[in-house]
Design a binder for this molecule. Structure first.
Ligand code: NAP
Length: 431
């Protein structure tokens, strides 16, 4: 039995430096815990001059990724450069050269996963990617191994710490979106260009990966309905709170027989739900499956150390397989899915929070209710507050379940009413 595993690391940035530091400084600890010697052999990065806080010998550093890919002594390559290119080419070459791969690259897997997983299968090599979804939370392992016997019915996740931080701070501080985003940037929780996070795209990448694992269904990113949090106002957050709800950016995958719906959008959740109490940069995933029932996973979804923890766990898992001489990679793409089609967003049925800004005059509420009724939408409750500015009153409603297509059609007619003075807001509600 082999017990020395050589590792090559490509990408010595935030996560890469966390992984390298652990592998170097805690090599003895890993040896004690696993009985295996994980030896970091080579580290590649475009930039070798920045300080990384890691005591590493110069001879281990290279700017040339091909030195890692072509090194016959390296067993596992850890890809931590991010993005699609050249990460894809690096991963494909590694698999081709018979190396196992660990990656945290959600964008790469969500967009090119099928080809990469197929390559891993054909090469009989492992590709592990625990850190690609929810950072330090071992959700991939939980789905692939812990719940291997289960049929999943739904997954609802708070999968983006930046958005969750912004929404939480809008809720607790009463700040507006722009101020909360600025604060998140100052604290290092949001990138200078936060688009991927606040537009819901990062969550959709993670949802695509979870859907493949839990439902066996490869979902194209373009088929996931995505709405970000930029249009969420403090008014709606505070109003939702008064009604007993919190607003979270949720990534949702729900199965109805052979149909799967996949969507990412701000969502009202009853405040007593466990998911509702997940605040700040934390992530959580709520799963329902036939055998195990309901489960909630909670933890740090990003950051150097939590993410490095997930990467190391993948390295150790692959190391054990290599040590046992097992070359039987368990493929992510079994081709065995019960999902035959994706449900169109138009056909999604859900409840809604709706906020109309209307001139304060008799009959407006009746007009809105009439248009909703004509589109088969029934109102569960209505609140009309005091006039806020120049004769404009906010009217807030919760509806019963309705079809998205009907809601959108009603909304477009309501927005054309002369009494409606601002674009109406709808936020979907999960119970
Ligand atoms: N940060 C997190 O909290 C987190 C959480 C979960 C998953 N992830 C994933 O982990 C991966 C790494 O993220 P990160 O935050 O560590 O990114 P990062 O700090 O930007 O590090 C990436 C490093 O790779 C280098 N690099 C880029 N292209 C390269 C190439 N072709 N050859 C060699 N080096 C190259 C970059 O150099 P330059 O800076 O000079 O371009 C940088 O030093 C991403 O896929 C990300 O999605 C990150």
């Amino acid at each position: 039995m082999r017990n020395k595993i050589n590792i090559g690391l490509i990408g010595f940035g935030t996560i890469g430096s966390g992984v390298a530091k652990f592998l170097i400084e805690e090599r003895g600890l890993l040896l004690k815990r696993t009985g295996m010697d994980f030896n970091l052999l080579l580290v590649c990065d475009k930039d070798l001059s920045s300080k990384r806080g890691v005591n590493i010998s110069k001879s281990m550093l290279t700017k040339d990724a091909s030195r890692v890919i072509n090194n016959p002594d390296i067993d596992i390559v850890v890809e931590l450069i991010g993005g699609i290119h050249p990460a894809k080419e690096i991963v494909m070459k590694d698999l081709f050269r018979g190396k196992h791969v660990v990656t945290a690259n959600k964008l790469l897997l969500a967009s090119e996963g099928l080809e990469i997983f197929q390559k891993a299968k054909d090469s009989n090599r492992e590709i592990y990617f625990e850190a690609s979804v929810a950072g330090g939370i071992p959700i991939i392992k939980a789905i692939r191994e812990g719940m291997v016997a289960d049929r999943f019915s739904s997954i609802m996740g708070i999968l983006n710490g930046t958005s969750n931080y912004i929404l939480s701070s809008m809720s607790s501080e009463g700040s507006d979106f722009k101020a909360a985003l600025k604060e998140a940037q100052l604290k290092g929780y949001a990138e200078k260009d936060p688009s991927l996070d606040i537009k819901g795209l990062d969550s959709s990448h993670k949802l695509a990966i979870l859907s493949l694992l839990a439902f066996g269904k490869r979902v194209d990113l373009k088929d996931i309905y995505v709405d970000g949090i930029e249009d969420i106002s403090n008014f709606d957050i505070q109003y939702a709170k008064e009604l007993g709800y919190v607003i979270k950016l949720l990534a949702i995958a729900k199965r109805y027989g052979s149909e799967l719906e996949v969507r990412v959008h701000p969502t009202l959740l009853p405040s007593e739900y466990l998911l509702s109490s997940v605040s700040g940069v934390y992530n959580a995933i709520f799963i329902e499956a036939d055998l195990v029932g309901k489960q909630l996973f909670y933890g740090q979804g990003a950051g150097k150390l939590p993410t490095a923890s997930a990467v190391i766990s993948d390295i150790v898992d692959i190391g054990h397989k290599i040590a046992c001489g097992k070359n039987s990679a368990k493929s992510v793409i079994s081709g065995n899915t019960e999902i035959k089609k994706l449900r169109k967003m138009d056909d999604v049925v859900t409840r809604y929070y709706a906020h109309f800004s209307a001139i304060d005059k008799p009959g407006v509420l009746a007009n809105i209710a009439d248009l909703l009724g004509r589109h088969h939408i029934s109102i569960a409750s209505v609140v009309q507050k005091e006039r806020s500015s120049a004769h404009i009153v906010p009217i807030v409603m919760l509806t019963h379940e309705a079809r998205e297509k009907d809601m959108q059609a009603a909304l477009s007619q309501i927005n054309k009413l002369p009494a409606i003075k601002k674009k109406s807001v709808i936020i979907r509600l999960e119970k």
